[in-house]
Design a protein around this ligand. Structure first.
Ligand code: NAD
Ligand code: DAU
Length: 362
């Protein structure tokens, strides 16, 4: 089985490429001229076309607004652009939203992935050699499918049994199983990555790190669920994008790869680090941002710890995270400080409605 070759300038159909990780990936791919990109995105609340503004004159980048559930559109795009690979980022991604209204998570994450697999299978089966052998379907998943660890449990490995605890992680787990089944049943050349928490530029401020930065700058309280001792393994988004491209080019078909930050932190420590950075970058007289920290009612079913063993990708493909957490966090805070137009464009009435719904009723 031959692999995709970056020197051939492959065409990638990326779904969800206007969201946080997808947009960082698309920008990175086009910056280094790794591939041509066709970006299919529904443009939900979590997306932002400003993320991709610098590509407006790029003739090797195409954007299509559409839904992964639209099978006719998928078939049309596959026929038109003849991609060499598909990378599925499209998803509903916020755990708290999945607890309050899970319906969209089932529709996009499970049914949408199914529709994409069906369309990809039909397209791939008609391809001829050598394009058929090189074709890849890369599914972007999460460490949350493995469930929750205690402080002494060993980290998640690729063979850790799935035990998802939220409607979000259950929907991602279901999608992963569908991807696996299309490899085993139809030989569709799939790859799956399961990554830990990402942070960095372009993240929608419903997630802990950007929410903390923006609330702090606006003098609002910094909400920490429960006792603040839940642990996540934080990875700088550009390191994740490098790993995704490496898996696409060099990964072994039918396999899954864990991607980690080698950087487990309690939520309280993360928020305190952001406050310390802001004390330096945006100081206020006689005021420390940490005074805004407020412990609030816990997330239902809140996973205690994610820890992810990424020795497989490290050993087999030679990847490991490059960014140091303190430096990555500093860059992230600086990015939000420098991009007030982006911030204003996402902190709309709809966003304020979400903040009210999730925090005021706790
Ligand atoms: P995001 O919420 O920032 O972006 C998701 C994108 O998908 C948005 O642009 C949205 O418009 C698009 N989308 C949603 N429904 C769609 C549909 N039906 N059809 C087409 N497009 C649709 O998400 P993210 O944080 O960038 O995550 C991207 C992927 O990575 C997801 O699959 C997520 O599960 C996975 N992941 C995220 C993290 C993380 O820490 N953010 C970690 C591991 C894995
Ligand atoms: O682990 C990978 C996952 O990371 C991705 O699959 C998800 O798409 C992504 O959203 C993220 O899930 P988390 O639930 O871990 O991320 P979030 O930023 O929502 O929360 C991080 C931690 O901070 C978690 O323990 C909950 C806590 N938290 C979150 C928010 C929004 C708070 O204490 N207060 C908050 O206001």
């Amino acid at each position: 089985m031959s692999n995709l070759n970056k020197n051939d300038l492959p065409t990638l159909l990326v779904t969800g490429g206007a969201g946080f990780i997808g947009a960082n990936f698309v920008l990175q791919v086009r910056k280094f001229k790794w591939a041509n990109i066709v970006n299919l995105d529904k443009l939900t609340y979590a997306s932002n076309l400003q993320n991709l503004a610098e590509l407006q004159d790029d003739t090797n980048y195409y954007f299509i607004q559409g839904d992964v559930n639209n099978s006719e559109l998928l078939s049309y795009l596959l026929e038109k652009y003849q991609p060499d690979a598909i990378i599925n980022f499209a998803a509903e991604t916020h755990v708290d939203r999945s607890i309050i209204s899970p319906h969209n998570f089932i529709q996009t994450n499970i049914v949408g992935t199914f529709e994409l697999l069906e369309a990809s299978k039909a397209y791939w089966q008609k391809l001829t050699s050598p394009k058929k052998e090189k074709f890849r379907f890369l599914h972007i998943s999460t460490d949350e499918v493995y469930g929750s660890l205690s402080s002494t449990d060993p980290a998640f490995r690729e063979d850790t049994p799935y035990a998802p605890n939220s409607p979000y992680s259950a929907s991602k787990a279901a999608a992963d199983h569908l991807v696996r089944s299309y490899y085993h049943t139809y030989n569709l050349p799939t790859l799956t990555t399961n990554c830990s928490n990402n942070y960095g530029p372009l993240q929608f401020p419903e997630k802990l790190i950007p929410l903390t930065i923006l609330n702090a700058l606006n003098g609002k309280s910094l909400p920490i669920y429960g006792d603040g001792q839940n642990i996540r393994d934080w990875l700088y988004v550009r390191d994740h994008c490098d790993a995704i491209y490496l898996v696409l080019i060099e990964g072994c078909i039918g396999e899954t790869y864990n991607i980690c930050g080698m950087n487990e932190q309690t939520n309280l420590v993360v928020v305190e680090k952001i406050c310390a950075i802001l004390d330096k970058l945006a100081p206020k007289d006689n005021f420390q941002y940490s005074s805004l920290i407020s412990f609030i009612k816990d997330r239902p079913g809140h996973d205690r710890r994610y820890g992810i063993d990424c020795s497989k990708i490290s050993k087999n493909l030679g990847w490991k995270p490059k960014e140091n957490f303190d430096v990555g966090l500093l860059k992230t805070v600086q990015w939000y400080l420098n991009n007030s137009a982006w911030v204003d464009s996402v902190c709309t009435g709809t966003y304020q409605g979400w903040i009210k719904q999730n925090y005021e009723t706790r």
